[in-house]
Design a protein around this ligand. Structure first.
Ligand SMILES: [Zn+2]
Length: 204
């Protein structure tokens, strides 16, 4: 059974906030929200040693979704590869069907409210076992999201997929809204800390 838990209050930020961030990559006059839902969600769940047994990812073409383009598949896949982090025993491999996958990525026209991405994650004890990421192609007003915004949303959702939760600083990809479109050093440190064997509960 899934029990959706919304982790954020979506906001629609005005143009007066353009340039408010010191980060040159910051895009976003229109900060859209991303959020996460998990099933049976314990604190700090993670994948269990998935290097020799990589997490299998199926990225489902969104051919029936208005505005979808084939190159989005590679863009999202590059997001998975980009999260690959020294010291974190999780790697990903692509598979050709949902039935072979641990993780399915799909696109939809839009998501409720100002949400532009959603991760459904199933954890068993402290181990993440399966997940689904839904990415929107349009914001709540029906406008096509920019490639940068989609990249930020995908990286954010993959962060949830890896076990990261929201943080309160806007220079992190795990901030509940898309303000930056890349993973920060702090994000990687948070991931290393999550997967540090000394903090392990489910690892052994
Ligand atoms: Zn989120």
């Amino acid at each position: 059974m899934t029990r959706p838990v919304s982790l954020l209050v979506p906001l629609y930020l005005g143009v007066t906030l353009i340039g408010a961030s010191a980060t040159p990559r910051a895009i976003v006059p229109v900060a859209a929200a991303a959020d996460m839902t998990t099933v049976a969600r314990p604190a700090r769940a993670r994948w269990d040693r998935r290097v020799t047994r990589p997490v299998r990812v199926y990225i489902q073409p969104g051919r029936s979704v208005s505005g979808w383009q084939p190159d989005l598949v590679d863009a999202v896949w590059s997001g998975f590869r980009h999260w690959s982090t020294e010291g974190v025993p999780v790697r990903f491999t692509r598979v050709a069907s949902a039935s072979d996958a641990d993780v399915v990525v799909e696109w939809v026209d839009g998501l409720p409210g100002n949400c532009i991405g959603k991760t459904w994650r199933e954890d068993v004890g402290f181990e993440i076992t399966t997940a689904r990421i839904t990415l929107a192609l349009h914001d709540s007003r029906g406008r096509v999201l920019t490639a940068e915004m989609q990249r930020g949303a995908a990286l954010h959702e993959i962060g949830h997929l890896l076990g990261l939760e929201h943080v309160s600083h806007r220079d992190s990809i795990m901030y509940p809204q898309v303000w930056v479109t890349d993973i920060s050093a702090g994000d990687r440190n948070a991931l290393r800390e999550l997967y540090d064997s000394r903090s392990g509960r489910a690892a052994d």
